[in-house]
Every structure is written in structure tokens, then in C-alpha cells.
Design a protein around this ligand. Structure first.
Ligand code: SAH
Length: 398
């Protein structure tokens, strides 16, 4: 079983129980069954006890075993002796003027790590929905030339538990479990909408390089007796790891987003170096065959608008031609600058022109409003503090 060891509590983290053993927050049903078996719960009770724990952890957001009123006192004590419900630490929280929240989440150190790995996780409230952007890896190996995360060297896959825990932490912080109060200083979706209604795997990392953990995390997030997110509202974004695209549809059933960004291989090779391995034709063929795609479940194509690089009307027309036959929507993302970035964002008229061409060809082509730019929480701006601190230390020693 892959469980997060109980982390040290930061001053920012909400007060939790005194840390016991490894945390069960983020565990799959199989993990819970194994944990229960390990402390001597008889086989005939495992299903029922797993269902109880599941409800308390994911539906109610319990932070202590004591709350679990329908679990016997004896078992609660036994659980507390061996496990905890500790969350990973929120090492920093930033709130943007537009209500976007960015958390730097520090996991407990795993085998051989001197210090817990850190990722960023972003919450974007809108009037009718709340989208949580989760990370799937610490750092990223892809080195896309316009993305800040790609400049971070430290990389490892997150476990299923670490991915799911991001959603639990987010719901803790915005008061989205029964009995919690919403923060006063935040903009949140309107009454009646769920605070976290959508999850996008668009934070740090390439989710399809961490396929098994992402697939299992999707199944925990979508479980109707727990966090209960609809799979139609869970989107996994990839730069184009072609062999895993089919399995994502058939095994996880999540919505697919492709970071396309260019319509010619020559340019895409430089923007998204993974294109050299899986060029446009094979990528788009995989999209054509994506299990479950339909006009009601369209594939999102993300296209970052880079001034003078990929933003001409001819490229917009070529994009339309390339996507023929694929149930698609196109998401134009104004480039979000970061310190030292070698690109600029396209001018607004240019973006509008591009968007009009795509729209007139029959595609929805919303321009993604940059959110949380003031706290570097927008697309491609994520880079965890671990790395920033290391960079600062390097500069200091130069
Ligand atoms: N590795 C996956 C998941 C990351 S998603 C993928 O590539 O899809 C993050 C999205 O933000 C991707 O579409 C990425 O291309 C885009 N992005 C990266 N840097 C950006 C920037 N500086 N401005 C706008 N979008 C950016």
C-alpha cells in the first residue's frame, strides 16, 4: 500500500489531529481494505468497513476517526493507533484579486527524499462552477519551450494518494465539506453550485506519463459515494503521449484535452518537443479513435497564442482543416508570461481574428480568460517553491 506518512503541521495548515501513522486520505478502496485487513478486521466485515471509512473520508471530509459515529469505539481506537487522516501540508496559499487560489502543497517525504516534494494546485471559481487544476507530477520532463513548469528539474510521479489528496485539501480550504464554513475572503460559485465541480489535470506534469496513478485517482474522484465528481467534468490534458490516449478513454473514462499549440510538425517540434516522437498525424489519429468521444463529449484542443509564432489566420484555417472529423472544441489560451520567457502573448486583435476563423468554421472557440496571473497561477506559470528556492540558492552561491 502506498500511503502518505503523516506530515508535520505547518502554521498555515488547519489544525488537525495529532499525527498518527500513515494517512488514509487519498487511499483507494483497495488501499482501505488492505489497511483494515492489516489491523485485524475480519474478512467478512471488510466491505462494510471500507464503505464506512470511504463515506467519512470522502463524503464528510472527516479529519479524525473520533467523528466516525457509526464505527465501533474499538475500531476507531485501533485505526487511530495505526493510521491518521492527515492532509499534506499547505505550505503557502495565495489568493488572486480574481478569487483564484493557489496552494503550494508539500507532501510527506517518501523513500529517500530528504524533504517532502511540493506541487502547486490551483482553484478557479466562476459563477456556475469551481475548477480545480491538479498536478500529476512534481515538475515535468517535457520541456515545452513556452511553459514555466518545464524549466523545473526535479521530477517524480505523484502517487494516486497524492493526486486525490489535492482535491481533499482544496475542499478543506474552501469549506466544501459538510459542516465547514466557506472562507470570508473568497469569491466562490453561486449558492447551489458545488464549489469544486470540475477537475482538470492541467497543473504540473504530464499525466499520461503517470498513467496508472492518474487512472486510479480519476476513479476515486468520480466515486459516487465519495467526492462524486462526474467523469464528464474530469479532464486530463496531455501534450500527446499517443500510446496512453486510448487507455485513458477506455480505462479512466475521463475527458481528453490535447495541448496542440501548432499546426505544423516543424513548429510543434520546437514548442512541444514530444512531437518529434508522436507527430501531428499520429496524435490526431489517436484523437479520432478516442473511446467515448462524441459531439456531446468533445475533445478540447488547447492552443496557446504566441505573438508572431503560431497566431496567423492561415494557421487558424489549417487548424480547422486538421481537426476535421474529430468532435472538438478549441480553447485559445493567451500566453501567460513568466520571468525570462522567450515569447510574448499575441495582440488582442490577432487572437480575435484567429478565434473568428475557428468559430465561423463551426467550433466553439472560447478564449480562456487568464486567471490568477497576479499570483503566477495561470496556465504554464506553475513551478514549485522547492525549485525556486534551489534556484535562489544557486544564484546566491554563484
Ligand atoms: N503536460 C500536460 C498537462 C499540463 S496542462 C499538457 O501538456 O497538456 C497545462 C496547459 O497550459 C497546457 O496546455 C500547456 O501547454 C499550457 N501552457 C503552458 N505554459 C503556458 C503559458 N505560459 N501560457 C499559457 N498556457 C501555457
Amino acid at each position: 500500500m502506498d500511503l502518505i506518512a503523516a506530515p508535520a503541521l505547518s502554521t498555515l495548515a488547519p489544525p488537525l489531529q495529532a499525527a498518527g501513522g500513515p494517512s488514509l486520505v487519498g487511499a483507494t478502496r483497495a488501499d482501505l481494505a488492505e489497511a483494515l485487513t492489516g489491523i485485524g478486521v475480519p474478512a467478512r466485515e471488510i466491505r462494510m468497513r471500507t464503505a464506512q471509512l470511504w463515506h467519512w473520508i470522502y463524503f464528510r471530509g472527516a479529519t479524525s476517526f473520533d467523528e466516525m459515529a457509526n464505527v465501533s469505539k474499538y475500531l476507531r481506537a485501533k485505526l487511530a493507533e495505526h493510521f491518521s487522516l492527515a492532509r499534506p501540508e499547505v505550505a503557502a496559499e495565495q489568493i488572486s484579486a480574481d478569487g483564484t487560489r493557489k496552494w503550494l502543497i508539500r507532501f510527506a517525504p517518501r523513500d529517500g527524499e530528504a524533504k517532502g516534494a511540493e506541487v502547486e494546485c490551483v482553484y478557479i471559481p466562476e459563477s456556475d462552477r469551481g475548477t480545480l487544476c491538479v498536478s500529476s507530477q512534481v515538475g515535468c520532463t517535457l520541456t515545452c519551450s513556452f511553459c514555466h513548469t518545464g524549466t523545473q528539474h526535479l521530477v517524480r510521479n505523484l502517487t494516486t494518494q497524492e493526486i486525490v489528496a489535492q482535491a481533499v485539501v482544496a475542499r478543506d480550504r474552501i469549506g466544501d465539506f459538510p459542516g465547514l464554513k466557506a472562507p470570508e475572503n473568497g469569491l466562490l460559485p453561486a449558492e447551489g453550485s458545488r464549489f469544486v465541480s470540475n477537475i482538470v489535470f492541467m497543473g504540473m506534469g504530464e499525466p499520461l506519463y503517470n498513467f496508472d496513478h492518474v487512472r486510479d485517482a480519476v476513479s476515486v474522484l468520480a466515486d459516487g459515494e465519495g467526492l462524486s465528481l462526474s467523469k464528464r467534468r474530469i479532464t486530463v490534458s496531455t501534450a500527446g503521449v499517443v500510446p496512453q490516449i486510448g487507455p485513458l478513454g477506455s480505462e479512466a473514462g475521463a475527458m481528453l484535452a490535447i495541448s496542440l499549440h501548432a499546426v505544423r510538425d516543424e513548429l510543434r517540434d520546437t514548442l512541444v518537443p514530444l512531437n518529434r516522437k508522436y507527430p501531428l498525424k499520429v496524435l490526431l489519429d489517436a484523437c479520432k479513435n478516442y473511446p467515448g468521444a462524441s459531439n456531446a463529449r468533445r475533445i478540447t484542443f488547447e492552443y496557446v497564442m504566441l505573438k508572431g509564432i503560431n497566431d496567423s489566420p492561415a494557421e487558424a484555417r489549417e487548424l480547422v482543416r486538421l481537426l476535421k472529423g474529430i468532435p472538438a472544441k478549441i480553447n485559445l489560451i493567451p500566453f501567460n508570461p513568466w520571468p525570462g520567457a522567450p515569447y510574448e502573448c499575441s495582440d488582442w486583435e490577432r487572437i480575435e481574428k484567429f478565434s473568428d476563423i475557428v468559430f465561423n468554421a463551426g467550433y466553439a472557440s472560447p478564449v480562456r480568460t487568464p486567471r490568477g496571473r497576479d499570483i503566477l497561477a495561470a496556465c504554464g506559470q506553475l513551478k514549485s517553491e522547492t525549485e525556486k528556492l534551489r534556484a535562489r540558492a544557486r544564484l546566491a552561491s554563484d
